[in-house]
Design a protein around this ligand. Sequence first.
Ligand SMILES: [Zn+2]
Length: 165
Amino acid sequence: MREGLTQRLYRDFADLYRQHALPDSESLMCYGFECGDGWYDVLYEMSTKIKAAVDAEEDVEPREVAVSQVKEKLGGLRVYMSGNKVDVDGVRQALEDASRRAASTCERCGSEGSLKKNHGWLMTLCGECEETRKANSERRLQVRQQRLKMLLKDSGVDTSERVSL
Ligand SMILES: [Zn+2]
């Protein structure tokens, strides 16, 4: 996620994301939000709900609940918490809601999306971002084939047949 959005989440939910300042031996939050910008709204809503749930619990202090990692895995949103007071109903509900919402939200642009599969690779995308991604990878492949053909030509190999990588 780009820096501006990351900093906004750190600023608005300073207690929740305070572990971003810790070394990676203590928390993986130092790597920021390891997902696309499209999930910013999902994370903002989740953070708002967690904060509200923690504020509503009399015996839980805000500093007893922290997020230790946020990442995309197999096309889904994964959020890990730390602290012995994270087992609050509202917190668990907020994590479930975020995971469900992310599963139908394009990770690139935030539009409605669904899980897309490509060569064993998974990502939640909308139709348009999926087309862009396909076009880009097709273009990269063409450039690579062009380069390979030139290399082979230089070395005297017959390139009249389509070169496959
Ligand atoms: Zn999209």
